[in-house]
Write a protein that binds this ligand. Structure first.
Ligand code: F6R
Length: 364
């Protein structure tokens, strides 16, 4: 049931602090400051390369994870959308790890990619939300998300739970490879443990986001910009908006704007900038200012410090709690989801059952 929420999507957005906490419990021992992993029959330390394959929102979770696997575990990562993977004749060395991410565990392209990787001698890890799904059954290493049933067609809570699992998995891989001191492990566990509270902090800005959405609902095109692990969040923001409000939206790496898309900018195009303060903040802000100099209407999503520093000249700002860069992609998922939701409600579209879409795509 939707409880006292108007749509399943909104209920599922609000469930995130609880289901992310529930998911993290399987991957960390908070009180001991230790990472934990489900049992596996192979040595994580032997993983030399990770190949990530998924579709849609699950693919964007994989794009975020690529940063984590490379940054923490120093393991090279290949990533593809499942519908492209098999056809490019990917090179997979014997003993590599192939990682599939899927809410349903039934997406036809992802499943076909999984079987292709298995036939190419890869170990198979899956991040799935439905524990009885086909992908869960075919995995060597099952990494469950505990988001509970996701009813809204637009994925929300499954996404943040996937990110939680992937962050913990990347940290586990780093530890197995001897790349994490005991103190670093404790620090990572502490940052991850702060996620549920930070998600609650982000949800507290729902009304402010609803206000911003009234303006966005009038737009014909919307751009989303981000850098580093927040770049895939820009892609996810654009996908969410397209799916449920039918407004044309695109996500770009902030630094790519000047290589073409900036030509689209005028005073009718809202540009949503995802810029948590941290190592990439200054660079993102300078890209944002290039957009503003051309009349772009910027909505800046950042923390208090970021907004103090760069909020002037924006048509609106949305304040997020200040968090460690590791968990920023989880926290910034909330405004991205709520913005799409409130725009769709303002436009009167069918939020839970958007046109032309199915919850699980079982044809290739
Ligand atoms: C977007 C959305 C889709 C799914 C995609 C993969 O809101 O829901 O893009 O993420 O169809 O589905 P799963 O994760 O079930 O493989």
């Amino acid at each position: 049931s939707k409880g006292n929420h108007r749509h399943f999507m909104l209920k599922e957005i609000y469930e995130q602090p609880i289901v992310v906490a529930q998911t993290l419990r399987s991957y960390l021992r908070r009180l001991d400051g230790e990472l934990a992993m489900p049992a596996q029959d192979f040595d994580l330390a032997s993983v030399k390369r990770v190949t990530i394959v998924a579709c849609g929102t699950s693919y964007y979770a994989g794009c975020v994870a690529k940063y984590w696997f490379e940054q923490f575990a120093r393991v090279p990562v290949d990533i593809d959308v499942a519908s492209e993977f098999r056809y490019r004749e990917p090179v997979m060395e014997e003993g590599g790890l192939a990682l599939f991410i899927s809410q349903s565990g039934e997406t036809a392209d992802t499943l076909a990619a999984l079987r292709h990787a298995r036939a190419s001698g890869q170990k198979i890890a899956v991040v799935v939300n439905v524990p009885t799904s086909t992908m869960a059954r075919e995995a060597d290493l099952l990494l469950p998300t505990h988001a509970g049933p996701e009813i809204g067609v637009a994925s929300t809570k499954a996404f943040t739970c996937q990110l939680a699992v992937l962050a913990a998995f990347a940290a586990n891989l780093a530890r197995a490879k001897g790349r994490l001191s005991r103190d670093e492990e404790k620090a990572l566990v502490r940052h991850l443990s702060e996620t549920p509270a930070a998600l609650n902090g982000a949800l507290a800005y729902d009304e402010a986001i609803e206000q911003v959405a009234q303006g966005i609902a009038k737009a014909r095109d919307v751009l989303y910009l981000g850098r580093g692990p927040d770049y895939p969040l820009a892609l996810e923001g654009a996908l969410k908006l397209k799916e449920i409000s039918y407004i044309h939206a695109e996500g770009y790496a902030a630094g790519e704007m000047k290589h073409g898309p900036i030509a689209l900018i005028d005073e009718n195009v809202p540009v949503i900038v995802l810029a948590p303060s941290g190592p990439l903040f200054e660079k993102t802000v300078s890209n944002m200012q290039e957009v503003q100099a051309r009349g772009g209407q910027v909505v800046l999503i950042s923390d208090y410090d970021g907004i103090q520093q760069a909020g002037e000249g924006c048509i609106a700002t949305i304040t997020m709690p200040k968090v460690h860069p590791l968990i920023a992609p989880l926290v910034y998922a909330i405004p991205v989801q709520l913005l799409a939701y409130h725009v769709a409600v303002a436009k009167g579209t069918d939020v839970d059952q958007p046109r032309n879409l199915a919850k699980s795509v079982t044809v290739e």
